[in-house]
Design a protein around this ligand. Structure first.
Ligand SMILES: [Zn+2]
Length: 215
């Protein structure tokens, strides 16, 4: 059955008149990317939803549209095929600890192709506009504490990576943030509202911690 999807889409695109407006390019009826087989929601607030995702071999997703900006981290390596609405197939190999960032409105099909599936935690940013920031840290130090590596910084998010658990230091979060602990295949995600003052991210013994600061 798998081959039929791109073939059908190609057929639809070819039969479209005029060709400048292919009927499958922006259908409002497309499902969102998640939920889908292999994806488990691990956090849901009014600001974000967070997914633990495995790209399962031989289980192509439906054609879907990503309706939110997303950021995340891959924690197990793997391969997948990304199939565009016009049927073009693009193989992608991804390493563990690569950072993902994608702006909304991407439309495609994805299918895992490696026996051991690619795995990631993705944070979907429900808020299309700015999340805002605290004006001052007050008497606390602004996050991040020592020991983090900045893996990504753009207009929507800053990603901090800890490969050792940070030492306990009182700090204030200037931005809304999601902390993701990764240890095996059951990552945990915690919402940290901007303005929060605390001494740690409530992490037990995870091997890695990522803090996604939303902007
Ligand atoms: Zn913190």
């Amino acid at each position: 059955m798998r081959w039929m999807v791109p073939a059908l889409l190609l057929l639809l695109a070819q039969s479209a008149t005029p060709p400048a407006t292919p009927p499958v390019a922006t259908p409002a009826s497309l499902p969102p990317a998640y939920p889908r087989p292999g994806a488990t929601k691990i956090l849901d607030t009014d600001r974000v939803q967070v997914w633990n995702i495995a790209w399962l071999k031989g289980q192509p997703s439906p054609l879907h549209r990503h309706i939110y900006d997303l950021v995340g981290v891959y924690y197990e390596p793997g391969d997948r095929m990304i199939i565009s609405p016009d049927g073009a197939r693009r193989p992608v190999s991804t390493k563990a600890w690569d950072i993902a960032f994608q702006r909304k409105d991407v439309t495609h099909i994805e299918e895992g192709v490696s026996d051991a599936p690619l795995r990631a935690v993705f944070v979907e940013m429900k808020q299309p506009g700015a999340y805002g920031a605290e004006a001052t840290a007050g008497d606390a130090a602004a996050f991040p504490g020592a020991g983090a590596t900045e893996r990504l910084d753009n207009d929507r998010v800053t990603v901090w990576e800890f490969t050792r658990m940070p030492s306990s230091t009182r700090h204030r979060h200037m931005h809304d943030a999601v902390a993701v602990e990764i240890d095996g295949e059951h990552p945990r995600a915690t919402w940290i509202a901007r303005g929060t003052v605390h001494s740690d991210e409530a992490v037990a013994n995870a091997s890695r911690l990522y803090v996604f600061e939303l902007k």
